[in-house]
Design a protein around this ligand. Structure first.
Ligand code: C2E
Ligand code: MG
Ligand code: MG
Length: 407
């Protein structure tokens, strides 16, 4: 009879399941939504019970965690992943990194990382082909254990991902204190609501991961609209039903053999001599200079004609005679007040700054409106330079001057 197992049945049958390998992973590929290539996969635990049928982790992982048995199950899944990678290597199939889930209970087990490492060595798998996922909620009750496990894993060369970013109650602290290599954002927590607040929060989270120079993978992506929106805010790595459901090993092998692979994840790189942490730190010297000594300036993100305002200083707001403060200025549509001709001219100048890697200047007219002066046409001189890039996305530094009077 196919049905969900009870707690008692989970505990009764776990021993047999382990021996008979009824517990094993499915694989869910992750894609680059721009190139359509596979960038990795996540292993997800399944229990194929001879009597009750296929069981999802929700039915048995919490029980195994309660009883401390999850450690054995996770090591079993990890070994299966190593076996899979070994087969790929031996059969000359292209390989891609596979992520495994680390339970908070594993972290409390003193020798978990050593046991993983022994298995990895036994199968002789390059460490770059195995990535650890630790959920943010593991840190509830203290960062020390997570921090130690993470350091141990990174020391051995494992990439460590923060799973389910944004779901815990202190995501920002964890992000600040623990040097995760990749961040996984779960779309399901927005409950499909990308309009209004959902979209704003997502955008802010993605921008934050950029400043930390940490690649981000969105999971639970089910629709083209979601993936396109994510792309528009600079998140191109997606995992979800839109591309593929978790699948058995043989199907996944087929994906590897037929779809193009792209095993590295670029993150935002700022130009040499610029330190991202200082650059975005509100208390840094860089910020002090940006805010007080450089005249009217803005930092924009640019991708294929799409411009997003990341940051402006007070003088920028004044120079454009805008209502409100610097934070309000970030929320306006950058192209507000531009006509098609001036927009094209502006985009052309950004493209030139990208192509030449040098400073470029343009003068464009736009309609400015404010409470005090109503609507007025103004000519703005923009001097711009590219200061960072991640894939197709660029960070542009722009100084502006209102030259309407001169004209
Ligand atoms: P997770 O690590 O956040 O895994 C992602 C979950 O989202 C998986 O559920 C996956 O099947 C599901 N998913 C992927 N794409 C979509 C989508 O587009 N829409 C929706 N609605 N769901 C999607 P699954 O396999 O049921 O696993 C649930 C959780 O169980 C995992 O969440 C993880 O916390 C835990 N888990 C899974 N495998 C393991 C494991 O090997 N060890 C441990 N300790 N925990 C595991
Ligand atoms: Mg996971
Ligand atoms: Mg997750």
């Amino acid at each position: 009879m196919k049905r969900r197992m009870t707690r008692e049945e989970v505990l009764r049958d776990f021993g047999e399941a382990k021996e008979q390998r009824h517990i094993y992973p499915h694989f869910q590929p992750q894609y680059n939504h721009v190139t359509g290539r596979v960038i990795g996969a996540e292993a997800l635990m399944r229990w194929e019970h001879p009597e009750f049928g296929s069981q999802m982790p929700g039915c048995f992982v919490p029980v195994l965690e309660d009883e401390g048995l999850i450690v054995e199950a996770d090591l079993l899944v990890f070994e299966e992943i190593c076996q899979f990678q070994r087969d790929c290597i031996d059969r000359n199939v292209s390989t891609i990194p596979i992520s495994f889930n680390v339970s908070r209970v594993d972290i409390h087990e003193g020798d978990f990382v050593e046991r993983l490492e022994r298995i990895r060595q036994r199968y002789d798998i390059p460490v770059r082909l195995l990535r650890a996922e630790i959920t943010e909620t593991s840190a509830i009750g203290g960062l020390e254990l997570v921090s130690r496990a993470m350091a141990q894993l990174q020391e051995l060369g494992f990439v460590v991902e923060m799973d389910d970013f944004g779901t815990g109650y202190s995501s920002l602290n964890i992000l600040k204190d623990l040097p995760f290599d990749i961040i996984k954002l779960d779309m399901r927590f927005l409950e499909g609501n990308l309009g209004d607040r959902g979209g704003t929060i997502l955008n802010a989270m993605v921008q934050m991961t950029k400043w930390l120079e940490t690649p981000v993978i969105a999971e639970g992506v089910e629709t083209v609209a979601q993936a396109d929106y994510l792309k528009s805010i600079g998140c191109v790595y997606v995992q979800g039903y839109l591309y593929a459901r978790p699948m058995p090993a043989d199907e996944f092998l087929n994906v590897l053999a037929t779809v193009g692979l792209e095993p590295t994840l670029p993150s935002m790189q700022l130009v040499e001599n610029m330190n991202a942490k200082r650059f975005w730190d509100p208390d840094s010297l860089e910020t002090l200079i940006f805010s007080n000594y450089v005249g009217a300036a803005a930092i924009l993100s640019y991708e294929h004609g799409k411009v997003e305002i990341l940051r402006v200083n007070e003088k920028y707001v004044q120079e454009l005679g805008m209502n409100g403060n610097e934070t309000d200025a970030i929320h306006v549509d950058f192209w507000d007040g531009f006509d098609e001709e001036n927009k094209a001219k502006y985009i052309g100048t950004v493209e030139k700054a990208i192509a030449t890697d040098d400073e470029q200047v343009c003068e464009t007219w736009r309609m400015l409106s404010s409470d005090c002066c109503g609507k007025d046409e103004a000519c703005i001189r923009s001097t711009m330079r590219i200061i960072g890039r991640a894939g197709e996305q660029y960070v542009v530094y722009v100084m502006i001057q209102n030259v309407t009077a001169e004209k």
